[in-house]
Design a binder for this molecule. Structure first.
Ligand code: GDP
Length: 421
């Protein structure tokens, strides 16, 4: 990977509209499949008397990953354009996609919406667009895919574009902020090269559009937030909390506070890859030492921040959640474990305030008695032990969570507001 800027890209859209095929095509066209792997596959193909199998190879591999990919891990595919190193959040399985996006496992910066030209807007198209908006996706590139199946017809293309524009307007996504491109992921039209089959189209091709996406804002402007993963005692240094800087900057000499443990002190040393460094930035995994803070004063799940702008600790918080796999229904009083950054805390759903229509984002019902699989809702939550968490609108990196119970992820959500202790 180069030192180009990084982007997480979500590929969203209705099942079978061609998301995986498009991912395969992007990897293939950008040369992101190792040469020796392609060579090997070519030889095998030639032995069997079939040529042009490179692209098929990529697809086979993705299919395999998909079969394995029932866990919380998503298949991370990477490719580069002139401007960006992209990590694709490939999301063929609707549930995994929702879960991973919301828990911020790989928070997407921008998204490609795939809509098949021969099928138009479908239920998952609507849901994904709504979720993308809820979760703060910046820009949408809309690939009208499978143009080969409609003989590359301009009128068929335009009809799908209109359907998608209506949908975007419904969920209050400005259609002017979306780019529309006629594609065939399978044949490769308008992905890496302008297609001769769509003379009537003179806009950007897909790789251009991706290359020209706005850069994600680096979270260095936000205050320091460093969730603690572990706390070690190292001879000669003392107590060393370790974790990843999510936002802001950690400098030696800073006065920092750990919440909810509520202890503070001055940063003496910061270490990264076994070397002392003067400061650490978002994405850096560090160990550091704070004057006067001992091993038993802090723990995993604490968040380190500036002493004069400490991490919020919630008495209660309001959140928007999406229920993914609960065997029955969720009612008031439900107390599962919330996983937020490095913290795991039992929290009670104190009230279910609103049910939300996932296709439009409108309130579907005030104070519903229960919610179940597929429902989106606004709920008020009371942590049973102190929990540091932030409104997603202020610090998205610390504003999302997964709800787990009975060994599986039941729901995921993002924090709308925090009532501090
Ligand atoms: P996903 O569920 O959205 O990931 O869809 P897939 O990528 O698995 O594609 C579903 C089916 O559509 C597969 O049989 C693909 O071969 C086919 N497909 C995908 N893109 C195209 C395309 O551009 N043209 C045609 N004709 N078929 C396509």
């Amino acid at each position: 990977m180069s030192d180009e800027q990084h982007q997480n890209l979500a590929i969203i859209g209705h099942v079978d509209h061609g998301k995986s095929t498009l991912v395969g095509r992007l990897l293939y066209e950008t040369g992101s499949v190792p040469e020796h792997v392609i060579e090997q596959h070519k030889e095998e193909a030639e032995e069997k008397g079939k040529g042009g199998f490179e692209f098929a190879y990529v697809m086979d591999n993705l299919a395999e990953e998909r079969e394995r990919g029932v866990t919380i891990d998503i298949a991370h595919q990477e490719f580069s354009t002139d401007t960006y190193d992209f990590t694709i959040v490939d999301c063929p399985g609707h549930r995994d996609f929702v879960k991973n996006m919301i828990t911020g496992a790989s928070q997407a910066d921008n998204a490609v919406l795939v809509v098949a030209a021969d099928d138009g807007v479908q239920p998952q198209t609507q849901e994904h667009v709504f979720l993308a908006r809820t979760l703060g996706i910046g820009e949408l590139v809309v690939g009208v895919n499978k143009m080969d199946l409609v003989d590359y017809g301009e009128s068929e293309y335009k009809q799908v574009v209109e359907e998608v524009k209506d949908l975007l307007t419904q969920v209050r996504f400005d259609p002017d902020n979306a780019k529309f491109i006629p594609l065939s992921a399978f044949e490769g039209d308008n992905v890496a090269e302008e297609s001769e089959n769509t003379d009537w189209y003179d806009g950007e091709i897909l790789l251009e559009a991706l290359n020209n996406l706005p850069a994600p804002e680096p979270p260095t402007d936000a205050p320091l937030r460093l969730p603690i993963q572990d706390v070690y005692t190292i001879s000669g240094i003392g107590t060393v909390p370790v974790g990843r800087v999510e936002t802001g900057i950690l400098n030696t000499g800073d006065n920092v506070s750990f919440q909810p443990s509520d202890v503070s002190g001055e940063v003496k040393t910061v270490e990264m890859h076994h070397e002392e460094v003067p400061k650490a930035e978002p994405g850096d995994n560090v160990g550091f030492n704070v004057r006067g803070v001992g091993k038993d004063d802090i723990r995993r799940g604490d968040v380190c921040g500036p002493a004069d702008d400490p991490p919020s600790v919630a008495e209660t918080f309001q959140a928007q959640i999406v229920v993914m796999q609960h065997p029955s229904v969720i009612t008031e009083g439900y107390t599962p474990v919330f996983h937020a950054h490095t913290a795991q805390v039992a929290c009670t759903v104190e009230s279910i305030d609103k049910k939300i229509d996932p296709s439009s984002g409108e309130v579907a019902e005030e104070n519903p008695d229960f919610i179940q699989n597929g429902d989106a809702a606004v709920v008020t939550v009371r942590p049973q032990k102190p929990l540091s968490i932030e409104p997603s609108s202020e610090i998205p990196e610390l504003g999302s969570f997964a709800i787990r119970d009975m060994g599986q992820t039941i729901a995921a959500g993002k924090v709308l507001g925090v009532n501090e202790r």
